[in-house]
Ligand binder design. Structure first.
Ligand code: MSP
Length: 655
């Protein structure tokens, strides 16, 4: 195969650490990218982080840092996690990259000039976590139809995109490209739920917060986070709506596929194509909306505390085992499940018992019976035909599955090779052949056939488990075989030496041992969290999902005091911020807090609050904030000040 292939993932919100469900998409895309490269395509694989929006602004203010400081830290962690999981991306884009931001402002401007965007005012139900406005009729039981959380009635002056003007063209594109949206069920959902009832114009600016790309001609508005985020797919290639788009854009656009989760198919198959039509840019070839990976026993949710992370799982099972699990656990269009037990079952049942065991037995027998040298002596029997048919037919099958995004089925096909090979060992009983000198050549042929099956299967499995399969191949003096040769049997050269120091590729663990390892891991994390200075610094603005157990000494490092609010006022040009003078014992401190949406200055004056008194000062909108007020943040993003249960002297310690 030759030609180019551009594949993208959704860009992860930089509001916190991505969980194992988010990681599924990245590993899925990585598998495809690796597979296409092996097929000979010139692949560009882009992923990254989505960094603007109200949620980040709120979290940064709550952490006492600027939004930029906040996203720099989180984006670094996300990239680190992708690297740990061996993701072979060609570009990691951040929506705070200067070239992306500049281009977003230009694109908005161009759409405005063309009349695709116009100014109006918006009244509707706003879901803060999803950053989406909804009409009354779109709500489900009065709640956000996407996430089920509380919404609030809001009105704002805003810019709108004339979606309706493009509805017919979009429908035509769907009709002419029947595979544009996969699985098909998701396409039907888009047509029936959104296109047929008539597309509403989309609000594409916000003025209630400022962490975003300002509209050039009207900077009190920032560009709607989805218009900003979706365009990463073209800005990452150097797209320029006013000038020369450069070589990468010319080469790789249109995208061959956008891999996204089922919840954001609407954004990618309705808004995104329409934005592109407005810009006069060709549409992507395909959008695959994958199902989700859910925590066994209920939805993964940070508030429930049942969130699993890829790095934790990898520290117990290894990176490749986690990658394999993710790919095998999620079917084509139904959600999959994850838990420590399920990963352990997969590692034991498939990786250790089927694959690892086959590799190990074949190497051991080659060393024991043939002095470590493989040679095809060509003494065949009928049973070989079935093995060879399975092995030589697998590449074609796997290609068809990869083309259809049926990755768990592709892995099952590869595993079927190893299962067949294990059965072949039982059928041919090499240990019996070894006892009979006259069967030496038959024995050599059997072990050669096994090694050849392993090399062919491992060459494909390497896209799921690059390191482990690389090791397995090396044990047979091999590397990943050219994919255009995977349909042939017998290419392993005679005289190939197997390793005389085989390694166990995947260890088996009892669930009790897994539990012990998890406990150890949690203890190690708690110890790291309790470590002084350096770790403390690291956690100053710990984003969501990084909370670990700490001991009392660590807690004591934080000085919490009761303060009394003397004055409160709004901060100019910062809708979210209030500035307070707070008396803490004998001192008066200036504290800036991102709670303007939840409290008026008037209702704050006179309140007793809990102040983090030994926080390093931070500048917010040019004002030095000398501490932080403690608030409770509810699951539906309400923010409530924490106060002593009855009045106490100012400066009292909270412990
Ligand atoms: N920032 C947006 C995407 C913008 S793309 C222009 C976003 N970010 S996200 O961090 O919330 O999600 C990133 C991806 O992870 C999305 O495709 C989402 O569907 C996917 N997943 C979120 N939870 C998931 C699971 N539990 N399982 C599988 N994928 C999951 O949406």
């Amino acid at each position: 195969m030759n030609g180019k292939y551009y594949i993208t993932t959704a860009i992860a919100y930089a509001s916190g650490k991505p969980h194992i469900g988010n990681m599924y998409e990245i590993v899925l895309s990585d598998f495809i990218a690796r597979f296409r490269r092996r097929q000979g395509l010139d692949v560009f694989f882009q992923t990254g982080t989505d960094e603007h929006g109200e949620k980040v602004e709120t979290k940064a203010a709550a952490a006492g840092v600027t939004p930029k400081q906040f996203v720099d830290k989180v984006a670094g962690e996300i990239k680190g996690l992708w690297d740990l999981m061996n993701i072979s991306y060609d570009k990691f884009i951040r929506t705070t990259d200067a070239d992306h931001e500049a281009q977003v402002a230009e694109m908005f401007d161009k759409m405005l000039e063309q009349g695709d965007i116009y100014k109006g005012s918006y009244k509707g139900w706003y879901c803060t976590p999803c950053e989406s406005f909804w009409t009354e009729s779109q709500l489900v039981d009065g709640k956000c139809p996407d996430c089920g959380r509380e919404v609030k009635l809001s009105e704002e002056e805003a810019y709108f995109f004339r979606m309706s003007a493009y509805a017919d063209r979009l429908m035509k594109y769907y009709d002419e490209h029947p595979d544009f949206i996969l699985p098909l069920s998701r396409k039907n959902e888009m047509v029936n739920n959104f296109l047929k009832p008539g597309l509403q114009d989309l609000c594409v600016s916000r003025s209630t917060f400022s962490w975003g790309v300002p509209v050039k001609s009207d900077p009190k508005h920032v560009v709607y986070v989805w218009l900003d985020a979706l365009t990463n797919y073209i800005t990452g290639l150097g797209y320029d709506c006013r000038g020369n788009c450069g070589e990468k854009f010319g080469k790789y656009w249109p995208a061959d596929v956008h891999i996204v989760g089922k919840d954001i198919v609407r954004f990618h198959t309705i808004y995104w194509p329409i934005f592109l039509m407005s810009l006069g840019v060709p549409l992507p070839k395909q959008v695959f909306g994958h199902p989700w990976l859910l925590q066994d026993g209920g939805k993964m949710s940070k508030s429930k505390g049942n969130v699993l992370y890829a790095d934790d799982l990898a520290s117990v099972f290894g990176v490749d085992a986690v990658r394999y699990f993710l790919l095998s656990a999620v079917p084509y269009d139904n959600d999959g499940l994850v838990s420590w037990e399920l990963v352990n079952e997969t590692v034991n049942g498939e990786l250790a018992n089927v694959y690892g065991n086959l590799v190990n037995r074949t190497v051991a027998m080659t060393n024991q019976y043939l002095g470590g040298t493989l040679c095809n002596k060509g003494v065949t029997e009928a049973v070989d035909d079935d093995l060879k048919a399975v092995v030589t037919g697998v590449y074609e099958k796997v290609c068809a599955k990869v083309d259809a995004y049926r990755m768990s089925d592709a892995l099952a096909d590869i595993m079927a090779v190893f299962r067949r090979a294990n059965k072949y060992i039982d059928e041919t009983t090499p240990w019996v052949l070894a006892r009979d000198e006259s069967k030496r050549d038959r024995l050599a042929t059997v072990l050669y056939n096994l090694a050849e099956s392993i090399v062919i299967g491992s060459s494909m499995l390497a896209c799921a488990m690059p390191a482990a399969c690389g090791k397995a191949l090396a044990e047979f003096g091999s590397e990943v075989r050219d994919y255009d040769k995977l349909g042939q049997f017998g290419l392993l050269p005679d005289g190939t030496r197997v390793t005389d120091k085989p390694e166990i590729l995947f260890g088996r663990l009892k669930i009790k041992e897994v539990e012990e390892k998890v406990e150890e891991m949690n203890k190690a994390k708690a110890a790291a969290a309790a470590a002084p200075a350096e770790t403390a610094k690291k956690e100053e603005s710990a984003p969501e999902g990084t909370a670990t157990l700490i001991d009392i000494a660590k807690f004591k490092e934080v000085s919490l005091r009761v303060g009394h609010i003397l004055t409160a006022e709004k901060v100019e040009k910062a809708d979210k911020l209030l500035k307070f003078t707070v008396r803490v014992g004998d001192e008066e401190r200036t504290i800036v807090s991102g709670i303007a949406k939840y409290y008026t200055p008037e209702e704050m004056v006179g309140k007793q609050v809990v102040v983090v008194a030994n926080l390093k000062p931070a500048k917010l909108r040019g004002i030095e904030s000398q501490g932080m007020l403690l608030c409770a943040v509810t699951a539906d993003s309400d923010v409530v000040i924490v106060s002593p249960e009855k009045p106490v002297p100012s400066g009292s310690e909270v412990c």
